[in-house]
Design a protein around this ligand. Structure first.
Ligand SMILES: *Cc1c(COP(=O)(O)O)cnc(C)c1O
Length: 367
């Protein structure tokens, strides 16, 4: 029996009839850019997140980039980012002409360590960009407090945390803007690229609406140098179908995480820890082992798909070569990169498969 790390197709197959009819509705409407389907999804996503506004954009990277642009982040500015994240978080800052300033994570939660942020603030800092990594909500209150003290914006990267709650309240409106990705593998995934921002600030929402559409509110009147980054109505229609299932899928992920944690409690692996104020979305279930590479190899041989999120931290990527970060600059991020392993996680897996994963992990650690 092989157990795939992820199977996107299962998500479509389960909802095929509903998704096919939603897609047909868009095709038959004759409306293929923005329009009623995108507006309906924006309303539903804002309502789900408990925010006043949602704006659909083309993908998660654009959601981050347009959020920063809407806040006026540009050349010469600095934005504080986690040292361990998917590179999109850093690229969004760089694409605004600003500089990402990395801060190390708390090794227990994998999320940016709020206590290290203040020391990284300079007169050029404009914003803090925490990431709710692996679906675990960041400890936002201390970050919002530092931001308030220094007059900084807080933009959250929610790409892995659809539906997660911080102190009982869904993510989406704690900071100034939250950026979302609907890449197919995310907890709420389209059947192609998609993204959105949520905010309670009507001016920020309005600026992003204009920026995503060539800087234009009225056709052929261009107020600012905007972008073409619109959520596709076909994807909006798919997302509306899937949104109705998100809570149920997340609940299934939470049960799986709980079962993994009890099944692997005696394994000697470092398992995810969840603070009591957090209701994670369990995008990934990430374990740590000093013998990670051997463990992954053995699991592959046993037919268990795993992935590493992420093998190379952004500061050591060719993309940031010009910044000349040395190996050892961010030792926590580097240690996590060398030890972390993501086990199969998601509603595509059944109980039996989850048990098999546990058994194969334990068997691999013994050999
Ligand atoms: C997926 C992801 C993104 C980027 O989303 P895209 O839609 O692929 O552009 C940004 N940040 C994080 C943490 C992600 O996981």
């Amino acid at each position: 029996m092989t157990i795939p790390f992820l199977d996107i197709f299962v998500g479509y197959r389960e909802l095929k009839a509903e998704i096919d009819s939603a897609i047909a509705r868009v095709l038959d409407s004759g409306w293929y850019i923005l329009g009623p389907e995108v507006e309906a999804f924006e309303e539903e996503w804002a309502a789900y997140c408990g925010t006043a506004h949602a704006v659909g954009v083309a993908n998660g990277l654009d959601a981050l980039t347009l959020a920063l642009r809407a806040l006026g982040v540009g050349c010469g500015d600095e934005v504080i980012v986690p040292s361990n994240t998917y590179i999109a978080t850093w690229l969004a800052v760089s694409h605004c002409g600003a500089t990402p300033v990395p801060v190390e994570p708390d090794e227990k939660t994998f999320n940016i360590d709020p206590e290290l942020i203040e020391a990284a603030i300079t007169p050029r800092t404009r914003a803090i960009l925490p990431v709710h990594l692996y679906g675990q909500p960041v400890d936002l209150d201390p970050i919002l407090a530092v931001a308030r003290r220094h007059g900084l914006y807080v933009v959250e990267d929610g790409a892995q945390a659809h539906g997660a709650r911080y102190k009982g309240k869904r993510l989406g409106g704690h900071g100034d803007v939250v950026a979302w990705s609907f890449y197919p593998g995310k907890n709420l995934g389209a059947l192609g690229d998609g993204g959105a921002v949520t905010t309670n600030n009507p001016e920020i929402a309005d600026r992003i609406r204009v920026l995503r559409n060539y800087g234009s509110r009225v056709k052929y009147v261009n107020e600012v140098q905007g972008f073409n980054s619109r959520l596709d109505p076909l994807q909006a229609a798919v997302l509306r179908v899937k949104l109705a299932h998100l809570d149920q899928w997340n609940a299934r992920r939470a049960t799986m995480a709980e079962q993994y944690s009890s099944g692997l409690a005696a394994s000697g692996l470092i398992l995810p820890e969840t603070p009591d104020w957090a209701d994670p979305a369990w995008h990934l279930y990430v374990i740590r082992s000093a013998r990670r590479d051997a463990l992954q190899k053995s699991l592959t041989a046993l037919g268990v798909g795993t992935l590493i999120h992420y093998p190379i931290p952004p500061h050591l990527q060719g993309a940031y070569r010009q910044d000349s970060w040395a190996t050892g600059s961010f030792p926590i991020a580097e240690r996590i990169a060398s030890q972390c392993l993501s086990l199969p996680m998601g509603p595509h897996l059944n109980d039996e498969q989850r048990k098999q994963v546990e058994e194969h992990v334990i068997q691999s650690l013994r050999s």
